[in-house]
Design a protein around this ligand. Structure first.
Ligand SMILES: Cc1ncc(COP(=O)(O)O)c(C=O)c1O
Length: 368
């Protein structure tokens, strides 16, 4: 059957390629799931915030009631934590949903959406699915070139995505550089994606949304808070930006369990601090261990809980390395599959606990 009722942007849809689950390796290679180094999804090695787990247990008895459609208790908690008003926030079922809402609300069909290449694929996947037009700033050396960003902003650019720490490289932009991009696009909405900001061990630039009317700062509960499977994220901007987002948002997009877990997780600094400390320790460890490898190198400068691995050996490529690592119980991301513009020379691996990093380095050293 060849029934094409969807709009033209969906003639040949492309989907996000998530990191593989541990069970996949267990089924294929018989390696027990708890021995698999799952390094393809940037999840929290310590699991969910314990406070969030308690909040979910408590909220279960109220599941029969609709939650406030704006996720108000969470907006209030976010406002108190970050020094804003509740109406400055829009909450989503993951930050991914907020990204989709931004594309729908701030670019018309055909409208230009600017992003780096490679970047977090949801920016171009959603833009294309909504018939908007991705425009790319190529970053072949894997660092974000702010001059190129500024040059690429055109009078008809509608949305500018900036990811900090960047994905997939984890590299970091200074506040002055972020300001330059925001100030170069007064006619467009700049979406500053701070999904991984905790791992930079800085407060990030969430304060800039108070200063710039054309800026929305995006964050997730999936990473340092450990709630990837629950689905919760948010954007903060002035209410003129937040209001249209509420209008395109599916009304009860965030449920009661998410709201109550989010409020609890926000108050759980201990869990976040412990997670960040472990990732920083893992980063120091893996950086040291990579010195043992001569066929691979780490792309320097990551401020995130992942890193890019560059293949120096001309006789192999990212897909062969990816497959070889799977056989050895290590899941990473094959750059050529997971990121447009990354080609066959790179893999992205999470930074995780030191013993998981040993597993990765030992497996790389063992590849034929
Ligand atoms: C750069 C970036 N932004 C946003 C997200 C979205 O996270 P979530 O939808 O789980 O909140 C991710 C997830 O991997 C990401 O890598």
């Amino acid at each position: 059957m060849d029934l094409n009722l969807a709009h033209p942007g969906l003639a040949d849809p492309e989907y996000y390629v998530p990191g593989l689950p541990a069970d996949w390796v267990t089924e294929r290679y018989g390696i027990p799931a708890d021995e698999v180094a799952k390094l393809g999804s940037a999840e929290n090695p310590f699991g969910p915030s314990p406070k969030a787990m308690d909040a979910v247990r408590d909220a279960i008895a109220r599941m029969h009631m609709y939650a406030p459609w704006t996720a108000e208790p969470l907006r209030e908690a976010l406002a108190a934590k970050y020094g804003y008003q509740p109406e400055d926030f829009v909450c989503g079922s993951g930050e991914t949903e907020v990204i989709a809402l931004i594309i729908r609300a701030f670019a018309e069909p055909g409208g230009k959406v600017l992003m780096t290449r490679p970047c977090f694929p949801m920016y171009h996947l959603f833009a294309e699915a909504e018939d908007r037009r991705p425009v790319y700033i190529d970053t072949p050396d894997m660092t974000v070139d702010v001059d190129a960003y500024v040059d690429a902003i055109e009078p008809d650019t509608r949305i500018v995505f900036v990811t900090n720490p960047h994905s997939p490289s984890g590299t970091w932009l200074s506040e002055a550089d972020v300001r330059r991009i925001v100030e170069a696009a007064p006619h467009a909405l700049v979406a500053l994606d701070e999904a991984y900001v905790h791992y930079s061990d800085t407060p990030g630039y969430i304060h800039l949304a108070r200063e710039y009317d054309n800026l929305i700062v995006l964050r997730t509960f999936s990473k340092a808070f450990g709630l990837a499977g629950l689905r919760l994220g948010f954007g903060v901007a002035n209410p003129d930006i937040a209001r249209p987002l509420l209008a395109v948002k599916p009304t009860w997009n965030v449920g009661r369990l998410q709201i109550e877990a989010g409020v609890a997780a926000l108050a759980d600094d201990e869990h976040v601090d412990r997670t960040v400390a472990a990732i920083l320790e893992g980063k120091a460890h893996v950086t040291k261990r990579f010195a043992e490898l001569d066929r691979f190198r780490l792309v320097p400068g990551t401020m995130s809980n992942f890193m890019l691995i560059e293949i120096l050996d001309p006789d192999t490529d990212s897909t062969r390395v990816f497959d070889g690592l799977l056989e050895r119980g290590v899941i990473v991301k094959d750059g050529s599959v997971s990121f447009r513009g990354l080609e066959k020379r790179y893999l992205r691996s999470d930074i995780n606990l030191p013993h998981r990093m040993d597993h990765l380095v030992d497996a790389l050293a063992d590849l034929p």
